[in-house]
Design a protein around this ligand. Sequence first.
Ligand code: BEZ
Length: 198
Amino acid sequence: MLDTQTVNAKRHAIAETDDVWLFGYGSLIYKVDFPYLEKRPARLSGWARRFWQGSHDHRGTIENPGRVLTLIRDRSSVCFGMAYRVKGATFSHLDHREKNGYLRHEVKITWVDQQQSNWQQNSQVAIVYQADEHNAAYLGPQSERAIAQQILSSEGPSGPNREYLFRLADALRSLGEEDDHVFAIEAAAYELLKNNDQ
Ligand code: BEZ
């Protein structure tokens, strides 16, 4: 299996003292267990948030993997997230936390809270963690009901997989954001719970 911690450490020449923007679109929106200098809502164009990545180290086990988010290339999508200005030294913690198939990429994000007419002024280079379809834990698409079912029946060292889904959906709502994919899976999960199918 690819050792993403080693690969990520070599991927970008980030000095420990550099200031770097990190774009979070999943658990990084609601679970901020690292120091940061600044936090701003942002958008990433051309990518969609999807529950297509398996998790056997956080929200599931090897025998019973959970489902967590990754980003999928989609020209027509815009992914809302939270950006954090962090010191380069913070990446060793993040590389360890997100070691299950995620590689760092450099992307351009745009600020939500600053509507400049000039795109250049409104955009910022940031690092994002993405797990592509070639990593060993990748699961790919399924129906919303099947994804909800898998999430409801999985649990790992970081807790129940449903907590990841429900906390993210709540965080997006409280930020006034909509995400059809996340909200449809959340609705399917509540439907399954209501019908006692889980
Ligand atoms: C995030 O919240 O940006 C994130 C999601 C999955 C893995 C790493 C980071």
